[in-house]
Design a protein around this ligand. Structure first.
Ligand code: KG4
Ligand code: ZN
Length: 345
């Protein structure tokens, strides 16, 4: 069963083809991505209207590219999957519209996929795929959540951020330091040259006893510290502040993940979403989990941030489990806000 997946929820147009025949993990045949980072960089963040227009420009050539790379024709596609939400409404509508039009033209069914389910399942495409059940740490630009995942479609929210997401904390702090968008990778790079102990920054909710997060206070603390250092910060101060910020975010993510593992008694952790690409987070999680006999799984680095492969994969896994909501009427809606817990099992 050949599934084509289309991702267009934010600033990346991604398309992929997976083979979801049988009951094994779907196999990624090809994927292609166009990132809009360069286009949005001039504005310091994603401009939704520009994002939608660029998805329109990119999506059809990317569909042709993945078919050619996999040496398949579109006529061989059995199911068309697209990101139904959450994300930017206009951007989502491009993927949804194209997916339904393509499916209608091919006479094949269409499946709307939850973007976060895609992230959550993306480690199944890695060389070291996880087994159910596991705790998932979902850390993207818009979400920071800990979940208990027992099987495809069974996502129990254990805790989440009450304000900013971890990715947002990276992005906003980076902006304060004058770094380009997207701030996460830029801040992580600068932090390599800094001293993480140079500035004492808050670790919000670290000892709250629950599994919730809060990152908005951290951004304010970074701003206060930056102001104290004066208008023109030295390169050393900047690097130290970047390193201290990263250390604060990572410490909270690691401690809360360990707490979730302890509470659930599970011995497996899956990390997904853009912030999952962060090297310090990976190092500290690997270290802490190794000491406790816990296995940690990540997506391949290039599949941490948004991509079409995770959308095709999630649709494929749902189809295999007999849990996909199949649409053959080709009417579509998008869900810009869509809590993962509300996903019908
Ligand atoms: O999952 P994603 O690509 O998009 C959303 O669905 O939100 O996540 C993007 C987020 C951004 O906030 C970006 O700054 C962050 O992931 N990010 C990183 C790194 N790479 C991406 N944050 C820290 N370190 C990184 N290496
Ligand atoms: Zn994402």
């Amino acid at each position: 069963m050949l599934v084509i997946g289309i991702e267009s929820s934010c600033d990346e147009t991604g398309v992929a083809l997976v083979d979801a025949s049988g009951q094994g993990v779907p196999v990624l045949l090809s994927h292609a991505l166009h990132s809009q980072i360069d286009m949005h960089q001039a504005y310091g963040g994603v401009v939704p209207e520009l994002a939608s227009r660029d998805h329109i420009r990119r999506v059809l050539p990317l569909i042709e590219e993945v078919a050619a790379r996999a040496q398949r024709t579109l006529a061989q596609v059995d199911v068309v999957a697209y990101t139904r939400g959450p994300g930017l409404a206009g951007a989502l509508l491009v993927g949804a519209g194209v997916a339904c039009a393509l499916a209608a033209a091919l006479g094949k069914p269409v499946v709307g996929v939850h973007h976060l389910e895609g992230h959550l399942l993306s480690p199944f495409l890695s060389a070291d795929p996880p087994e159910f059940a596991f705790v998932a740490l979902l850390v993207s630009g818009g979400h920071t959540q800990l979940m208990r995942v027992d099987r495809v479609g069974s996502y129990e929210l254990l805790g989440e951020t009450i304000d900013d997401a971890a990715g947002e904390a990276f992005d906003k702090s980076a902006k304060l330091l004058g770094l380009p968008y997207p701030g996460g990778p830029a801040l992580a790079k600068l932090a390599l040259q800094g001293d993480a102990l140079a500035f004492k920054l808050p670790r919000p909710l670290l000892h709250s006893g629950d599994l919730d997060f809060s990152f908005s206070g951290l951004k304010t603390a970074v701003l206060t510290q930056a102001r104290k250092l004066g208008e023109v910060m030295s390169d050393k101060n900047k690097a130290d502040l970047a390193a201290s910020t990263q250390a604060a975010i990572v410490e909270v993510l690691v401690k809360k993940s360990l707490k979730a593992l302890e509470q659930t008694g599970l011995k497996r952790l899956v990390v997904a979403g853009g912030v999952g690409a962060n090297t310090l987070l990976r190092e500290q999680l690997n270290d802490a989990c190794q000491k406790r006999g816990i296995r940690v799984h990540y997506p391949e680095l290039h599949l941490c941030t948004d991509n079409g492969a995770m959308i095709a994969l999630a649709a494929g896994m749902r189809l295999q489990a007999g849990m996909a909501q199949i649409n053959t009427a080709y009417s579509f809606d998008v869900k810009p806000r869509w809590p993962l817990g509300l996903l019908a099992a």
